[in-house]
Design a binder for this molecule. Structure first.
Ligand code: ZN
Length: 195
């Protein structure tokens, strides 16, 4: 397994359209593990292939919270979320049904240290291939639904900061282009979730 480099806004490679995977072969399976390891190492809850410079429609997700003893704590998850096995691998994901509206303070490993409220669909149904290349459907709401929508945006070259008001989005982009990103914090006080 290998840790992959995460591209950061305003890298133009994050704006490219990713292509469907034709065959879920051993190379893809191994790459899924690299993506997962990279996501965990940055305390992310989701990672899309274009964030690590690969234009394939691949997403890895794990939104499960952990308690102080490092055990999974699913108590804040909705019933639907709890039914989805995680980590979740989505290859060629397509949202086939969506309902309702919700908001969440999103972050992104490609836009580190920024958190902004984004509106998403509350409930979604997604068709995809799993890590074995089998087709399946995910039906979920809650944070998992938000995270899946955020990651699919990456496959289309879209970032969460594009979904803010024109003024707010412009301000953040200008600030990053001018000043870059703040140095990462040395302690673990920053417990925000990052996609
Ligand atoms: Zn992201």
């Amino acid at each position: 397994m290998a840790l992959l480099e995460i591209l950061k806004f305003p890298d133009p490679r994050l704006r490219k359209l990713s292509q469907p995977v034709e065959t879920v072969n051993d190379e893809i399976k191994s790459y899924l593990q690299d993506m997962l390891e990279t996501m965990y190492s940055f305390n992310g809850i989701g990672l899309a292939a274009p964030q690590v410079n690969r234009l394939d429609r691949i997403v890895v997700i794990d939104t499960r919270a952990k308690d102080k003893e490092d055990r999974y704590d699913l108590s804040n998850m909705t019933e639907l979320e709890q039914k989805v096995t995680q980590p979740l691998f989505l290859i060629n994901p397509v949202i086939v049904h969506k309902e309702g509206k919700t908001t969440y303070d999103e972050g992104c490993l490609s836009v580190p240290s920024y958190y902004e409220t984004v509106e998403r669909f509350e409930y979604i149904e997604v068709e995809a291939l799993n890590e074995k290349g089998e087709s399946f459907t995910v039906k979920t709401d809650g944070l998992l639904s938000i995270c899946i929508q955020h990651e699919i945006d990456h496959l289309d070259g879209k970032l969460f900061i594009d979904r803010l008001s024109v003024i707010k989005s412009g301000k953040i982009k200008k600030q990053i282009k001018k000043h870059g990103y703040p140095e990462p914090k040395k302690n673990n006080e920053d417990a925000g979730e990052t996609e």
